[in-house]
Ligand binder design. Structure first.
Ligand SMILES: C[S@@+](CC[C@H](N)C(=O)[O-])C[C@H]1O[C@@H](n2cnc3c(N)ncnc32)[C@H](O)[C@@H]1O
Length: 315
């Protein structure tokens, strides 16, 4: 399914740090209850949910751009006006994008369980996620988890109920559900059970945000590093506290070089490019490329500063 450019223009929301937390009234042009679906896959449920609740607004968060494209096309075909999509890691974006008590419902269906212990850090449900829910959900409102893994439902129940702001309302096996996604239908055909955990917020507890609103600096080098010094960046890794930066690729560009970087703040990873722009007067600039535009986290700033320091030393 190929999305038309208008599908992305209409549905993809690309929040900038300077306008966080999101003001849903500005995004949707009205004041309405706001719900979020984490990991909406192809967007079937999100589309159905929005269609059933025209008086609510919905934001879906997904990691692979493919899912964003498919869902945008689906929403465009259905003519939905009350949905937007955000591309990125919901473990962080839920906390960073939404203000305290701004959400009326958060839904996560069939998250990847990451069963191996060494992959547990990828699980969406974690103490940080619990703290996020305790902040962004309006008191009295719910987080709903649907999964086919009983151990995951139980782990989430234990973990979320450990947060003093949250209260587990129910954990049901095979509850009646008004709409089934592709995954749910597949699991049921395979004879699996479905579990639904409902958790409410008793009183909000603020969770600190990490994204600042400072602009991203451009670094100025007095002299241009040699091509060999730039090529030598490939594979370099930098670490400071919770921030890790890794040079994945170094590519020639029309105006200089593009350095493909991975920057991780704890387990929040982003891939982006730093651009080395060669100037006529021997100087050069180093800046974050805007496409794809990363969130300017501490790790992204650290990655740029580390590249700058290595290049400066090489001159
Ligand atoms: C098994 S699929 C289920 C999709 C959909 N909820 C459904 O029921 O059809 C899990 C989805 O969660 C998404 N996902 C996993 N980790 C995520 C994260 N940290 N942030 C946002 N989405 C995530 C994956 O990309 C994938 O599309």
């Amino acid at each position: 399914m190929k999305p038309s450019p208008s599908a992305l223009r209409d549905y993809l929301l690309q929040p900038q740090e300077s306008v966080l937390p999101l003001l849903a009234e500005q995004v949707f042009g009205r004041r309405a209850p706001l719900a979020v679906e984490v990991g909406f896959g192809g967007g079937e449920y999100l589309d159905w949910w929005a269609g059933q609740n025209p008086d609510w607004d919905f934001i879906g968060i997904e990691l692979p751009p493919d899912c964003i494209l498919r869902a945008a096309r689906r929403l465009e075909q259905a003519g939905r006006k009350n949905v937007r999509l955000v591309n990125g890691d919901a473990r962080y974006l839920l906390r960073e994008l939404f203000g305290a008590g701004s959400l009326q419902h958060v839904l996560m269906q069939f998250p990847m369980p990451w069963p191996k212990g060494k992959h547990a850090k990828h699980r969406v449900s974690s103490p940080i996620f619990a703290a996020t829910l305790a902040d962004v959900l309006k008191p009295g409102c719910c987080f709903e988890l649907v999964t086919d893994q009983d151990w995951y439902a139980q782990e989430a129940e234990t973990l979320l109920s450990a947060n003093p702001a949250l209260q587990v309302l129910s954990l049901k096996e095979n509850p009646k559900r008004p709409f089934r996604t592709r995954y749910e239908s597949k699991w049921l055909q395979e004879g699996r059970q479905i579990y639904r955990l409902l958790v409410t917020v008793k009183t909000s507890i603020p969770a600190p945000r990490t994204l600042g609103i400072q602009a991203m600096e451009t670094l100025h080098l007095k002299l241009t590093p040699t091509p060999a010094a730039i090529e030598a960046l490939r594979g370099q890794r930098f670490q400071q506290g919770n921030c890790v930066a890794e040079v994945k690729e170094v590519l020639r560009a029309q105006d200089g070089w593009l350095v493909r970087l991975l920057a991780a703040d704890d387990t929040f990873s982003q891939l982006f490019h730093a651009r080395i722009v060669l100037k006529r007067d021997e100087r050069c600039l180093l800046r974050v490329d805007e496409v794809p535009r990363p969130y300017y986290t501490a790790a992204v700033r650290f990655a740029l500063a580390s590249l700058g320091a290595v290049l400066q030393e090489s001159i």
